[in-house]
Design a protein around this ligand. Structure first.
Ligand code: SDX
Length: 393
């Protein structure tokens, strides 16, 4: 306690807001966006339709969806000066900080949409939804020294992102319905997740009346951490490491259990899910469909499946309720699509964008909302007097 106030320690299990967007039951492994189970949305919806639901609270009519699709898919082009900006970054720059800078720059070129009226927030929402995939693709193209492509408005949102990421003028991107559908489903599964680290960051930064672009850029930075969205990259690095060193899965599991190793089974465990992450169950099915028959990925998928089997039958993980989370299988699919590991968290960010924006707008619309300002337990020195230099030891 401090004075006569008792606090829970840590930003770990604190209800920081009321929200109507996403419901999670961590013990039962339930996830719903605006009341709709994730399993139904993954099977029947599209990413832009789910983004509409998360943002506006209801499934769109056909006319609303067509208008939303046009507002987003036909505005993916970015200002030439932002496109040029990517050229100043060192080639080896990780695409997540590049994306964060790109979003901040987008805000600088979008003065007309900065503000807190419904009209300005909606304009900024559509601008961010439309241009984040383009910023992501340009960050990737810059990192491999390849020329960028303008969006092709005859394509869908996901097709455009894939083409801008992998296509070139001399080598057109060859679409596969299986890959396009799998990426659309993965984006649906990442659309929101209540008060995770990056969403809480967007809310906290936005609570100071910081504009939407800069708040989203803050969320991108939080997501990059390997304990959060960066885990999908860390999972692939872990699987590659096991494969390259030729160690057995059990050997690796034993190392994780050894407290001195300071290793974690990346893609496992969750602050809220103390059961199988419902997203991981859906992704695992897609991983099997996409990866079987792709040599190399086959081997990593088998290692992942063996790791899951070993952990789910090991008391260390059972006692700590550690199950696969959303990041455990996604990286395998992203790699099979052709993305390098450092682009995996960028894909997470594209999926999470509608959730970040919806949570920011829900907060701004709440008349009781105040600037976030948590308290602390002071454990430092009691009052003491200044010591002259000559008297210090
Ligand atoms: C995401 O919050 C969200 O909703 C996030 C997210 C979203 O959609 O936004 O779901 C996305 O971030 C998923 C999580 C991705 N991160 C990883 O996969 C990294 C590996 N997982 C962990 O580091 C960990 O499980 C966390 C960070 C996810 C959760 O950590 P907690 O709740 O703070 O748990 P903890 O660190 O207090 O661990 C409790 C115990 C410890 O052992 P003991 O001290 O009791 O002996 O479980 C152990 C930990 O050592 N533990 C693990 C482990 N995770 C926890 N041991 C081995 N491998 C792991 N992965």
């Amino acid at each position: 306690t401090t004075g006569d106030t008792t606090f829970d320690i840590g930003f770990a299990n604190t209800a920081v807001c009321k929200s109507a967007i996403t419901y999670i039951d961590g013990d039962a492994g339930i996830l719903r966006y605006r009341g709709y189970p994730i399993e139904q949305l993954a099977e029947k919806s599209s990413f832009l339709e789910t983004a509409y639901l998360v943002l506006y609270g209801e499934l769109p009519t056909q006319e609303q969806l067509s208008t939303f699709n046009d507002d987003i898919s036909h505005h993916m082009v970015i200002d030439e000066r932002i496109r040029e900006m990517f050229r100043i970054f060192p080639r080896r720059s990780h695409p997540m900080p590049v994306l964060s800078v790109g979003v901040t720059a987008l805000g600088l070129f979008s003065e007309d949409t900065i503000g807190f009226t419904e009209e300005k927030l909606d304009a900024a929402t559509k601008r961010l939804m439309a241009k984040l995939p383009t910023l992501a693709a340009y960050g990737y193209k810059n990192s491999i020294g390849s020329p960028t492509l303008f969006p092709d408005y005859s394509l869908s949102y996901v097709e455009n992102f894939l083409r801008m990421s992998f296509g070139s003028v001399t080598r057109p991107y060859e679409f596969s319905d299986e890959v396009t559908k799998a990426l659309d489903v993965l984006l649906i599964l990442h659309a929101d997740h209540e008060q995770n680290c990056s969403t809480s960051t967007v809310r906290l930064v936005g609570s100071a009346q910081t504009n939407l672009y800069q708040s989203i850029a803050s969320g991108i930075n939080a997501l990059h951490g390997p304990l959060h969205g960066g885990a999908n990259q860390a999972v692939l690095e872990m699987l590659d490491d096991i494969a390259d060193r030729g160690i057995s899965v059990q050997e690796y599991v034993n190392r994780v259990k050894d407290k001195n190793s300071n290793e974690r089974l990346m893609g496992f465990g969750h602050r809220v899910y103390k059961n199988y992450d419902p997203r991981a169950a859906i992704i695992k099915k897609h991983a099997d469909a996409i990866l079987r028959g792709h040599d190399g990925n086959d081997k990593l998928l088998d290692i992942a499946l063996q790791l899951e089997e070993a952990a789910l039958n090991d008391d260390y993980f059972i006692q700590r309720k550690l199950y696969p989370n959303v990041d455990f299988y996604t990286g395998l699919i992203y790699r099979a699509m052709g993305f390098p590991t450092d682009m995996f968290t960028v894909l997470f960010a594209i999926g999470r964008l509608p959730g970040w924006i919806a949570q920011y707008r829900e907060m701004q619309a709440d008349p009781t909302n105040k600037i976030g300002r948590p308290r602390q337990i002071y454990v430092g020195e009691k009052e003491r007097n200044y010591v002259a230099m000559g008297e210090r030891s």
